[in-house]
Ligand binder design. Structure first.
Ligand SMILES: O=c1ccc(O)c[nH]1
Ligand SMILES: [Fe+2]
Length: 350
């Protein structure tokens, strides 16, 4: 199926309105040659219809010679903006940036946000954007869960498959993603609908078992056999299993950087319109597969960089791994039971 340009424009108008775009605002459309032209046009037209002053910043694409695949989340840190001070100043001048080229996990993104500029990332295919069009209810559900997570001192994750993981919390903030950038200095991602934080440095411990069907990004693969990760002092120390484990080990070893094994953001999915099955219906180059990150009741954990919250790991290798059917506890509150969101009540989809 395909979204027509008029529908896409109307959706952007709704999301930019939720992002507080109006005639008092300036909106920068950040793009590169690989941006989706339909998205760039729809964002531009919608911002103009809302009365904003609109401009584009086009950056020549950046490729790191060791990066593999086309998923922009695979290789983090350096981007087309790195070192381009003039372009960064032009972007910092905006009230809102619609990012259609991907600054995520870059130090420059944090520098821009610190000036009060808002950033909305939109790089998924228009049809995925349409299926997960953000609404106020997404925000209220995610914020209800964040109210619990930001006070927590411990996250524990267990599962029938054998996961038994503990992450002391408190050193790092809670991050929410609900699909629109409505507060000064806020970054958000359309589509999304989940929340996360980071374990205290060097303190995550235990075992995470990827069961058949769990998702590995940026591989965009469903695990077809179990992979067992042993975690000690915040780092993955062993990766056990068959072919899938060997593939993961080989991929991470390729970066020749011990920091790739650090545990990065950890949290859970709250988007009922995201589907575990969706990745199987898309080509690997269609987008970054936000369905996998956001599907309702997942446990999403990641490895690698944590610079975006002032952490010391600026490693380029970033794995996002989504597990089904876990029990997730935040301090003593069970928030997800075998992959079903159970608390807080206000975070549950109607
Ligand atoms: O929305 C996102 C996308 C990727 C990621 O690593 C975090 N959040
Ligand atoms: Fe991630």
């Amino acid at each position: 199926m395909a979204v027509n340009q008029s529908q896409l424009g109307q959706m952007f108008e709704q999301v930019l309105r939720l992002s507080n775009v109006d005639a008092t605002q300036s909106v920068a459309i950040l793009k590169s040659h690989y941006s989706d032209a339909r998205t760039v046009q729809a964002a531009t037209d919608a911002a103009l219809r809302l009365g904003a002053k609109v401009y584009s910043v086009e950056l020549p694409a950046f490729n790191h010679p060791t990066a593999m695949g086309n998923d922009m989340t695979a290789y983090c840190g350096d981007t087309a903006l790195t070192g381009n001070i003039a372009a960064q100043r032009a972007l910092e001048a905006a009230d809102l940036i619609v990012d259609t080229m991907m600054l995520l996990h870059s130090p420059e993104q944090e520098q821009i946000l610190k000036t009060g500029t808002r950033i909305l990332l939109a790089v998924e295919p228009p049809e995925v954007l349409a299926r997960m069009l953000p609404c106020e209810e997404d925000k209220s559900r995610v914020l209800a869960a964040a109210a619990v997570l930001e006070k927590a001192r411990m996250m524990t994750v267990t599962s029938q498959a054998g996961s038994d993981f503990r992450a002391p919390l408190g050193q790092y903030p809670t991050v929410t993603e609900y699909g629109f950038a409505d507060e000064p200095g806020r970054w958000d991602h359309w589509p999304s609908g989940f929340l996360f934080t980071w374990p205290n440095e060097d303190q995550a411990e235990g075992v995470l078992v990827l069961e058949v069907g769990d998702i590995l990004l940026p591989f965009k693969s469903y695990a077809r056999e179990r992979i067992t990760l042993e975690i000690e002092k915040g780092f993955v120390t062993q990766i056990h299993g068959g072919f899938e484990a060997e593939y993961l080990r080989d991929y991470m070893r390729y970066f020749n950087d011990p920091e790739v094994y650090g545990i990065s953001h950890i949290g859970w999915g709250l988007q009922p319109r995201a589907q575990w099955t969706a990745m199987g219906l898309h080509d690997k180059n269609d987008g970054m597969c936000m369905d996998a990150r956001a599907f309702y009741g997942n446990f999403l954990f990641s490895t690698g960089p944590n610079t975006e919250v002032g952490g010391k790991r600026k490693t380029p290798c970033h794995m996002d791994i989504a597990l089904r059917r876990c029990d997730i506890k935040v301090d003593d509150l069970l928030v997800v039971a075998e992959g079903e969101v159970v608390a807080p009540e206000a975070s549950r989809a109607r």
